[in-house]
Design a protein around this ligand. Structure first.
Ligand SMILES: [Zn+2]
Length: 143
């Protein structure tokens, strides 16, 4: 007579200690956005100034160059936020507010998948900080 001990497979389930949302889904969204931004920012032809005789053209180009640089600055900030969010997915703390450690509303994450703070904390940070995009402020935060 042979007895096989059947253990309950309690530990087989992948544990998600803090994240309450489907991080796989957000990871896909973030990675796609990350790729989009990278390919967009490598497209730098706009920034090169072409030599043109016409003064109006020069002015126009100077203007679009400034816009392109500003966009680049914005997307590099966004890139950092997205990278940080992807890191939080790996660390399994994605969807958790970095300030109060409460879960971030899923609705908010769907709107801003790289959000690092809940609405309440973001408001506090926005009011306290000088920057408009407070989500960037969490970069460098040691959890
Ligand atoms: Zn919070």
């Amino acid at each position: 007579m042979h007895l096989t001990l059947l253990k309950p497979n309690r530990n087989d389930r992948k544990e998600t200690p803090m994240s309450l949302v489907d991080t796989k889904e957000f990871q896909r969204v973030l990675e796609r956005k990350h790729k989009d931004l990278l390919s967009a920012s490598s497209n730098r032809e706009e920034i090169a100034i072409e030599a043109t005789a016409d003064e109006m053209d020069r002015l126009q180009q100077k203007l679009s160059r400034e816009v392109a640089i500003r966009n680049l600055d914005h997307s590099s900030k966004l890139l950092k936020s997205i990278q940080a969010a992807l890191e939080r997915i790996e660390d399994e703390i994605y969807g958790v507010c970095l300030r109060c450690e409460e879960p971030i509303q899923e609705k908010r994450l769907r709107a801003i998948p790289w959000a690092s703070h809940c609405v309440a904390c973001q408001e506090i940070l926005d009011r306290a900080g000088s920057t408009q995009d407070g989500d960037d402020r969490s970069i460098g935060f040691a959890a």
